[in-house]
Design a protein around this ligand. Structure first.
Ligand code: ADE
Length: 222
């Protein structure tokens, strides 16, 4: 999979994409992540990418030209162009699965007070990572790249994400490792029993209990 990220702050991505699972996925050739500074595409003689809003109001607004030209230079027949914006569809694990099957994703990070409305016309999808406003789309892009990359075949074992919270309707079950007793807290006996059927049933019941307590809304979803 190839992911292009359009951002005015490419350096923000350095550490995040060069550690842990994303780093390994890149090294394995599972994902190719390319950060593009769309300021490089501006026709403005002073390298500007934003301007004041028509009709008045606070702050600066990203102009359409640099983003249009940048997307034009990157887009292929199989590309999916996604705008990151707090008024987009709220991002969910089901969307992460869908995106993990795409060949090419282009993520556009807005910044400053907003972007010219016409930028929406070149996007196939608009995503928000939650009901709060960030200073820009960069962190949202990181969240999406991380959650999609770990789903690519061969990045982590399939078993690891099949049981994830949100993969089905249930939150993940509790896990334990050594030592068997820590500060008086014991690992549940059933996990030491070696009885895989009983362990599976215990985990299912724990998932169900946690979901009922914390996120009963998940049980109603389609
Ligand atoms: N840009 C600013 N806030 C955002 C959010 N919540 N999700 C995606 N992009 C954003």
């Amino acid at each position: 999979m190839r992911i292009d990220i359009l951002s005015l702050f490419p350096e923000m991505f350095n550490n995040v994409f060069n550690e842990s699972i994303i780093k390994r996925a890149k090294e394995l050739g599972k994902v190719d992540i390319n950060i593009v500074n769309f300021r490089d595409f501006t026709n403005d003689p002073h390298n500007k990418v934003d301007d004041t809003p028509y009709g008045g109001g606070a702050g600066m607004v990203l102009t359409p030209q640099p983003i249009f030209d940048c997307v034009k230079s990157l887009r292929k027949d199989n590309s999916l162009v996604i705008l990151l914006t707090p008024d987009g569809e709220v991002y969910k694990q089901s969307r992460a699965y869908e995106l993990s099957h795409k060949e090419h994703i282009i993520l556009i990070c807005g910044h400053y007070e907003g972007f010219d409305e016409r930028i929406r016309s070149i996007c196939d999808m608009e995503l928000s990572i939650g009901d709060y406003v960030l200073t820009g789309g960069e962190m949202a892009a990181m969240v999406i790249v991380d959650s999609v990359t770990r789903l690519l075949p061969g990045v982590i074992t399939e078993e690891s994400h099949l049981n994830d919270s949100f993969s089905g309707k249930l939150l993940d079950y509790p896990t334990y490792t050594k030592p068997r007793v820590y500060e008086g807290m014991e690992v549940p006996e059933v996990l030491l029993s070696g009885d895989h059927k009983k362990i599976a049933e215990y985990r299912y019941q724990e998932s169900l209990k946690k979901t009922l307590e914390r996120r009963p809304d998940l049980l109603d979803k389609e």
